[in-house]
Design a protein. Sequence first.
Length: 410
Amino acid sequence: MENFYSIADVANNLNVSIKSVRRYIAAQTLASVKVGNVYRISESALQQFLKPKKKVRAAEVEKKTVLKKTIDDINWVDISSCWNDVSPSKMTFVDLFCGAGGLSKGLEMAGLQGICGLDWFKEAGMTYRRNFNHPFVDGDITTQEKKDEFYATVKKQLGHRKLNIVAGGFPCQGFSMAGNRIVDDPRNSLYKEMLEIVKNLQPDFVICENVKGLRSMLGGQVEKKIIEDYRAIGYEMNVTTLCAADYYTPQKRERVIFIGNRIGLKNLHPQPILKPSEYITTGAAIGDLINHPEDPEFNHVPTKHRPDMEKRMAKLPEGASLYEGYSDAWKKCPWNEASCTIKENHGGVNIHPKLPRVLTAREMARLQSFPDDFVFEGKKNKQLVQIGNAVPPLLGKAIGLAIRKAKKEL
């Protein structure tokens, strides 16, 4: 009879983190079966996973990349002419699963009018309320009580105006495990709630943002389902991956952006403004903070590390990670390039390129393109989570300007 292993057993066998094994399962590179609520990996599946993978020539990789780019049916629009001279708009938006408000801030930068933010994260709500004039609904939108509160708030704030945009970055965990998780995973409830809110509020436009990896989940079936679900309620969507650094954000952060509308207009995505050689560098963004005194009110509180940890950080090359199991955290940002992706990951944050410590919340906020007057609430660890999870405001601004172009407002 074939042996079966737990995720912890496999992690120990491969000398990797449990999180890495879960990622292998999610990517379907490691086959698994679910027994009750627990995943098990067979001996044969583990051996298949350990087999050497066929090497792909660089030319083949480049060909596949180009092919993927041409598949996206995208209508690009030039927003550079109005970037520095944004006129106010009467267009309105609500921001679902808004966190601290990175996307909301960006849409406001594009001249749009915020109506309501929504999230369950207490400290993010504190931050949102501090930095925006429109209301924030705090709580679980899956409950009828919060649904009623949200709809009543939106109705009151709109008055006789129309709601033009529903924006949201729904959590995608329900799509991330092996097998068909689209329908039966309860974690997809938030995705379904956003779909239901759009159906009820009937905005002109929908913006859905998510992690780049969503596009490859279940072999592209997740992306396909999202497009089909919105088409079923009257919205035609276009989707592509945007890089925040293309729009003056000093960070090479990529996000999948769905834009849809139900009023027969062409969906427009913002054409990149900067070339890679013109990107804003980490040094340009945070260099003036090297000698800045500790200032809790400015979210600039350096972490104090053990001497041995400081030595390890000082020796770490730019672009490298301090721990093998944390490829997207404990990573040293390059000084003379746009930063690598800023992300708080279970306590692991990015390492300063010049100083033997991790970045402060304010340095992270700078690399996310938050203005200095945007202040984060809560304890430092909660601030880091808010910033790491945020949509860069300048990316949000670019998206907002593209939608205004589609509406022929600019």
